[in-house]
Write a protein that binds this ligand. Sequence first.
Ligand SMILES: [Zn+2]
Length: 135
Amino acid sequence: MAVEPSDTQIHRYAIGEIMEIYREFKFDAAHSLPHLSSDHKCGNLHGHTFTVIVYLSGPAGKETGWVMDYGEIKSICEPVINQLDHSCLNDIPGLENPTSETIAVWLWNSIKPKIPGLSMVEVKETAATGCRYTG
Ligand SMILES: [Zn+2]
């Protein structure tokens, strides 16, 4: 019979291990991409429900057993992402050409000072398309 590790052992094994955790957010916004030929449909104003996934890496804490509290990630990231929600992204400074790529960099620059362990920002325009930025 296999020996099953106790919860205490599993916790101990996690301490100090570098792990990547993530939290997903959604926001709705309109945009148009201004540098396209006139026949490209993405030049027209249109909207998406964007998905943002914020990734952090770091050691699992000795006492907590986690890299960071998901609730703390939410409390830091939600006010940043709320700046984009129900907006026309083109009107936001730094997002005059609001591609997934520029949105990912904008989010990175806004979140990184508050979460030093930030390792990647993923922005998805649709289920099939998106951008991953690692700084
Ligand atoms: Zn679009």
